[in-house]
Design a protein around this ligand. Sequence first.
Ligand SMILES: [Zn+2]
Length: 142
Amino acid sequence: MSAPKPSCWDFYVILDIIPEDKFCVGETKQGCRCGNVINKADRYTANLLITQMNQKKELLKMKGDVEQLAELMLCKHVHNSDRYSDYNQVKKMSSRWTEMIDVKYGEIQKKNKDAAAMKAKKETRRVERIGERRAKVFGLFF
Ligand SMILES: [Zn+2]
């Protein structure tokens, strides 16, 4: 089976993130979205990284990218800080996003499998029709 094409995925959608919305993707202890702002340079780099990820061919080889993305999209003061390791959410976000990628991968695999099954069914029908036509033609002569 052929690998999914690069245009099959959009990480803005898969990971449900918009770097332009400025805020850290981390969560507070109460489960609310963190209100800390991500600086412009990191948002720019995050956008660039997502664009590159969207062009890659191997969906499952993005663990390193996802971790880098989490570092960029989490605030330096709390959720991506070495000083408060209890609050650091780089690992948590990376594994959540990796899971989301796995789900998407499963969906693409299923779609490809269904498409292949459909194609095989059509081909079988086509061969049957040829057989029927030949039988008719032979029927005329013999
Ligand atoms: Zn934060």
